[in-house]
Design a protein around this ligand. Structure first.
Ligand code: COA
Length: 192
């Protein structure tokens, strides 16, 4: 079983029906984290609209869950209608959960998902003052350069192989079980 427990929580992919969890997490980001995540300050209405379109965009979103709440997200977005050679990634970790290795762990999942979809170049951009994001990207071997006042990280994932595909498939199975358990516990709370 490849379930990854990290700081008492778990990481799994979100299902398209779980936009509420993604929205709740993004809305909990403080002003500074929102600016770092979206490269400018964003309102609650912007975040609500952004989260509502998660499944339409066909993005893969990983969530870090602790105490029944989603506390961090990693998004892998395709740049066209289908998965092509290039894709983009973005990360957000709520303040009390930062600097515990969660962003690093999430980036590993995103790189593996990109690899398994034949992505050759994975981009992430962040503000130049965002030392934490750049540190995480460097740990995964990203090539960092300045572009139009931002720092762009570029990662070239390896080609997919049996082990990378299997690892993601096993994670997905475990993630499915965790999502079902989460749903059951919420139903039980509502029924009580
Ligand atoms: C950037 C972010 C995703 C990182 O997630 P995280 O869980 O805090 O990251 P990790 O704990 O895995 O790693 C953080 C690393 O940054 C390092 N770091 C902390 N502050 C730093 C700074 N000012 N400059 C450079 N490195 C720094 C830490 O030491 C750690 O590296 P280490 O593990 O080698 O010690 C998170 O801080 C976040 O969500 N920020 C707000 C939104 C954002 O910036 N998103 C990125 C743009 S898409």
């Amino acid at each position: 079983m490849s379930e990854q427990r990290i700081w008492g929580g778990t990481i799994r992919k979100l299902w398209p029906t779980e936009t509420d969890k993604f929205r709740g997490h993004l809305l909990r980001l403080d002003k500074d984290a929102r600016r770092m995540r979206f490269a400018h300050g964003v309102s609650d209405a912007f975040i609500t609209d952004y989260a509502d379109h998660m499944s339409e965009m066909g993005s893969i979103v990983y969530g870090y869950f602790s105490g029944g709440e989603m506390r961090a997200a990693a998004e892998l977005r395709k740049l066209g209608d289908v998965w092509g050679h290039e894709a983009e990634a973005a990360f957000s970790v709520e303040r009390p959960f930062q600097e515990k290795g969660i962003g690093t762990e999430l980036m590993g999942r995103v790189i593996r998902s990109a690899r398994n979809r034949g992505v050759h170049q994975l981009y992430m951009s962040c503000l130049s003052e965002n030392g934490k994001m750049q540190a995480v990207a460097r740990k995964h071997g990203a090539d960092l350069h300045f572009e139009y006042g931002e720092v762009v990280g570029e990662i070239i994932p390896n080609s997919p192989d049996y082990f990378s595909l299997m690892a993601e498939a096993v994670d997905d199975r475990v993630g499915y079980m965790l999502a079902v358990l989460d749903l059951q516990s919420r139903l039980a709370v509502n029924a009580a």
